[in-house]
Design a protein. Structure first.
Length: 279
């Protein structure tokens, strides 16, 4: 029997405010499967938030394993003309807080899904301040595998109604970050994508300070953004885009990436690979 999920579904979240957390390990797996229907809903799988002047030290969040970490499979996801749907997997947000020795391992997969008028966000990391108080991070290590496969993605509204965001890192509004390591594998395969904005491996530093930023594997291998066996019609594709702007300061920055569009068809689309903008 088909299952219908409506309104708001929070699958798993870690939310902290004005607290001190030390030496915490979290292991989790979140799944939506078996011919489910998600209609006009918000879905969060494995969202971790550090908020409200919290102080976090030595925290590890694991969302992976042989059975996947965050999975949506064999289901329908449908937004609406008035309220498009948001599907978020493996998101980390630090706002107006301090985080030291934070480790995240997440595997996010959307498989055999029919998706309409929705925003997919997999493996994103955001650091931002609040009320002119800086968010500080030190020794943060993030690894994410983000996959969309055998899936149909379309927009019944316009190009802005549907987006796929895989590994988007945003440092904004006075955030201070030291020793940040980001490693990712982003893949869209055997899928149809129409009137959709696709973002793979995006880094934005807006009015923030970053010292020692590595966007690569621990062994120095390149990150990978791959689209293969796919049909892309309309919309845009951005792979490995780096933006530094609004009086941002970046020191000791190293990034490696491999971008591949293979055995795919792109019609009336804009494709950008390895774009760097400093303004």
């Amino acid at each position: 029997m088909k299952k219908t999920i409506m309104l708001s579904l929070i699958v798993s979240s870690l939310v902290m405010g004005a607290n001190t957390v030390d030496n915490l390990v979290i292991n989790q797996q979140n799944k939506i499967t078996s011919d489910s229907t998600i209609d006009n809903a918000t879905v969060d799988q494995g969202k971790s938030e550090i908020l409200g002047a919290s102080d976090v030290d030595d925290v590890t969040v694991m969302q992976n394993g042989t059975n996947n970490g965050n999975l949506i499979e064999d289901s329908d996801i449908v937004g609406s003309y008035t309220n498009n749907l948001s599907v978020v997997q493996g998101k980390v947000k630090i706002k107006n807080s301090s985080a030291t020795n934070l480790t995240l391992r997440s595997e996010n997969r959307i498989k055999q899904v029919e998706l309409l008028d929705s925003v997919i966000e997999q493996g994103s990391f955001t650091i931002t301040d609040s009320n002119a108080t800086d968010s500080d991070t030190n020794e943060v290590d993030i690894e994410s595998i983000n996959i969309v496969e055998r899936t149909s993605v379309d927009s019944g509204l316009d190009i802005n109604a549907t987006e796929i965001k895989q590994d988007v890192t945003l440092l904004s509004t006075g955030a201070i970050t030291d020793n940040l390591k980001v490693n990712y594998l982003n893949k869209i395969t055997d899928s149809s994508v129409e009137s959709t904005k696709v973002h793979q491996g995006i880094l934005k530093v807006d009015n923030s300070e970053v010292d020692t930023l590595f966007v690569s594997d621990t062994d120095g291998a390149a990150n990978k953004n791959t689209i293969n066996d796919a049909t892309i019609e309309g919309g845009s594709v951005l792979q490995s885009s780096i933006y530094v702007y609004n009086q941002a300061s970046v020191q000791n920055f190293k990034a490696k990436s491999t971008n591949l569009i293979d055995n795919s068809t792109s019609t009336n689309s804009t494709v950008s690979q390895s774009e760097t903008t400093i303004n």
